[in-house]
Design a protein around this ligand. Sequence first.
Ligand code: PLP
Length: 421
Amino acid sequence: MIPEVHVAGDPAAQGIRVPFVRPALPPVEAVRPAIDEIVRTGRLTKGPYVERFEKAVAERLGVRHAVAVSSCTVGLMLVYRGLDLAAGSCRSRRGIAEACPVAAMEPLSRFGVARSGSRSEPLGEVIIPSFTFLAAPAAIAWNNLRPVFIEVDPRTTNVSPQAVKAAISPRTVAIAACHNFGNPCDIPALEAIAVEHGLPLVIDAAHGFGASVHGRPVGAGGTAQVFSLSPTKLLVAGEGGIVATDCDCLAHFVRLGREYGNDGSYDALFPGVNGRMPEMSAALALASLEILDQVSARRNELAGLYREELSQLPGIGFVEIAAGARSSHKDFSITIDPTRFGMSRDALRRALAARGIETRAYYDPPCHRQTAFEHFHDRMRPLPQTEMLASRSLALPMGGHVNEAVVADVCETIANAKHLD
Ligand SMILES: Cc1ncc(COP(=O)(O)O)c(C=O)c1O
């Protein structure tokens, strides 16, 4: 039996009528026995709950490995670091090489950079959409790689395969994509480009739990897909991430990397981090996994309602989801055409805020205009679609607290916003 979803927090106490997001959590009773056991045994980390969670996720996604980490950001950082070393180890281990997608790829060292060499010059370029969350280029830059920002397809908000193709250069070492707002990106098209050019494909699947393509959960395909389990996601651990991959050596690298690079011998094989997921988080995530399909179905129902009501208004655009695909609707993001709608996204946002309705302007500013990343951006390469989306996108309240009445309230407020501003 599917347990009830528990909505955490008391928005009224914070003076907000409709909060942007509230986590949809399993009921306390579903988690309590695990918490009791963890406290009783004192096994707070590296225990059976993480193992159980990894196994359950790998089965669900249909991948060889699901490695639990402390966040999606740490997962992405370790994956980019591991691609080099994993490629090296694949070559020396023929048994694994045949099954390993990384084995066919060149390591970063083909660019003449010794692994232990100078870190002042970037090792290579990673092609990545600018219209994405700042953690993704951060993971690239942390590895002394250079993010090369490209366009998304404004209809889907996901990276445009044509733009990827056009950006590939002799310096390219990887392709990065994202299932933006939970809308599955076009993995077959991206994989075809990656394979043609012998490049790894890293998918930021932070919004991916709850999304599927032809009934199969997203997570397989590409070199690795990296999920987030933070409170705004459909599957919640508190904080946490999952690295899903079919590559034995990349999974091995991430397991070592989350453990300081220590394989147990107390001789660090490379500089790692503490990227472990605590047992408490894994226990919550296991219970959250039980209600994931229910949470995703509900979000899709509510997204359908939003769409139905708002499509009657001029100048509102919706994210296009491919036939056979299902978005997790981690966010329900619309676009506002200021001329046709009659007011700008920012003015609408202010009008909603004045009525106690919280929204978010994802992703504004886009990554190529953020302080940490703007120096990477080639100003001769304008990104008009990205700029347009960044100035027009508005994510509406979505989460465990949203129901039919909330959707009606938000839509009515949007419809009347011009009179309210
Ligand atoms: C698209 C995207 N990528 C990466 C992240 C980072 O995830 P985490 O907070 O688990 O590190 C987020 C966080 O929301 C995100 O939205």
